[in-house]
Every structure is written in C-alpha cells, then in structure tokens.
Design a protein around this ligand. Structure first.
Ligand code: BQF
Length: 292
C-alpha cells in the first residue's frame, strides 16, 4: 500500500522538539538562538518563503530578524550588510533569500557569508566539507529530505536512487549525500538533467526518485517502477480559477503516480515544510557550536 509522507506533520513534530531544546537552554540562563534573513527586493514568492521561516522560528522560540534591502542596492552595499551580520555576535546564523536581483552575483555573496553562520550551507567551504563527508551545515532541502527518509525509516542502503535536476541547492547536493557512506546514504545514484538522453528509462530503474527539475507534472506513472519511493521537490505555480488565481503543484503527476509508490511526498505539505525545518536545525547547530 502507498504511504503518504506527511512533511507538514513531521515538520511540526521536529519543531516541537526544537522548542523543548530551546526552552531547556533558556532555563539554564542562555540567550535564545537567533536566525536572520536578508531579503533583497520584494519578490512575492520570496516574501512568502521568508514568512514561512519566521513563523517556524516563532513556533520553536528561535528569535528571528528580517533585514530588508531595496532591489536596487549595489553589490558593494549588500556586502557591507553581510559583513555586519558576520560581526553581529547576537546572530547565530543567517540566510540570503534567493533569487537575488540580476546585478548581484550569488557567487560573490555566498563567498562573503561567514561559513560558521552559513545555515543554508551554500558557502564553498561548507559545500567542500559536505563533499568530503564531514558536513558542517547541509543545505536545507537536501537535509529536509534526508530527515524525512530517516524518520520514516525508509531504507537507502544499496538502493538505486535517480535524481532529476542538477541544481546547486538540491539535485547536486542530494545526489552526493545519498551516495555517501552514512545511515541515510549508501545508495547507487544516477544524476539526470536536461541533457540526459532518455530520462524516462533512467527513472524507471529507480527504487528512490528525487524530482527537482521545476517542471509541473514532469514525472508520469509510466516512468515509475512499482513500489518506488517518490520525493517531489517541485513547487510550480499553475494558474487556475481558485480564489487566489493559482495553485501549487509538484514535479510529479501525483494522482497518476501515487498508486504505484510505496511512499510519496505531496505538494504542498511534503518537502517544503521540511526545508524550513532543516534551516532551523542548522540554526540550532550554529547556536550550540558557536553561540553558547
Ligand atoms: C509547502 C524555494 C524555490 C526557490 C527558492 C512549505 C515552503 C514551500 C512549500 C518554503 C523554497 C521552497 C523556499 C511549503 C522555502 C520551500 O507547504 O509545501 C514551505 O517556504 N520553502 C525558499 O526559501 O526559497 C526557494 C523554492
């Protein structure tokens, strides 16, 4: 039988665990952990992601600060804001919300973030540590996915995992992590992308499918092996005639694919809430390692 992976429920459970831990530290006289988010411009999707993160902070007792800058801030000015965050010893970790305006280089910004406060794990130092198997901060979405697999006790060792999409924030890191010699690793991983010759054929071989391509309903039933685990990372906005005028759908054609799966994540309420929770887990790590 197909089992739904309830990312929203699991996220709330873990956030409750974090709340208990935060309360414990506070009762011992420590200051609260503190996450900051830097938002450049006013992309509505970014705004909503930041709101999700701030709300989750509130639930766990982690303090949060939103630092907002106009879309036309220069890269140089933004680097100063980042330096302030690096120097501020009240802030355990921070994120720079993506995407950034086109005149600002993500690469330059990532390099400026202090690796010890880089709770998104995008700094090359943290990427390097992860690739070498001694991660400091694992990027939030891959970390959220691994946490789901772990908590649902889904076996990975020896399984064939097919990742669709090679982005720096999801596809590439999750492919590395799943192939690692670790409790949520030991998979044989195939990383597919836009130049893969026959994606359907590759995906059909998978015990575990990670769909992270950003194309609505890309994964169809004919591409999925009976009994596979399907993790849908996609968040695609589709126009419809609902109240708000759009709905969110994943990279997987859920209705069609779900009956074939042993486990599947929904969209919304699957990987998304776990991404937010993994960010808080990284913030706790920063706090315990450098903030106490
Ligand atoms: C849910 C993100 C693409 C580009 C930049 C809960 C989130 C999303 C969905 C969320 C995402 C996606 C985030 C749900 C943060 C995940 O209920 O399904 C939470 O807030 N996310 C982001 O910060 O930047 C992105 C996706």
């Amino acid at each position: 039988m197909m089992q739904l992976i309830d990312g929203k429920q699991l996220a709330l459970t873990i956030q409750e665990e974090i709340r208990t831990e935060v309360d414990q530290y506070a009762s011992q006289g420590h200051r609260k952990p503190h996450l900051a988010a830097l938002l450049v411009g006013e992309n509505p999707a970014s705004r909503s992601y930041i709101n999700n993160k701030m709300r989750a902070c509130k639930r766990t007792g982690i303090e949060s600060t939103l630092v907002q800058q106009p879309a036309d801030i220069s890269q140089e000015e933004l680097l100063k804001v980042i330096d302030d965050l690096n120097q501020n010893d009240q802030i355990d970790g921070y994120i720079v919300q993506l995407p950034l305006p086109k005149h600002i280089s993500e690469e330059v910004i990532n390099l400026a973030i202090s690796p010890d406060k880089d709770v998104d794990g995008f700094h090359p130092t943290n990427m390097g540590l992860m690739v070498q198997g001694s991660p400091q901060y694992i990027p939030a979405t891959p970390y959220g996915i691994l946490t789901m697999l772990e908590r649902y006790q889904i076996p990975t060792s020896g399984k064939h995992c097919v990742v669709i999409g090679r982005s720096n924030i999801v596809g590439r890191p999750i492919s590395i992590l799943l192939s690692m010699k670790s409790p949520t690793g030991n998979c044989t991983v195939t990383l597919t992308h836009s130049r893969t010759q026959n994606i359907a054929e590759e995906v059909k071989r998978a015990d575990i499918v990670i769909a992270a391509i950003g194309k609505a309903n890309f994964v169809t039933a004919d591409m999925v092996k009976q009994g596979a685990v399907v993790i849908d990372v996609g968040i695609n906005s589709i126009d419809d005639d609902s109240q708000r005028g759009y709905s969110l759908v994943g990279d997987v054609d859920f209705e069609q694919v779900a009956p074939k799966c042993s486990y599947i994540t929904p969209v919304p309420g699957g990987v998304g809430p776990m991404t937010v929770t993994a960010l808080l887990m990284n913030t706790m790590k920063a706090y315990k390692q450098y903030g106490l």
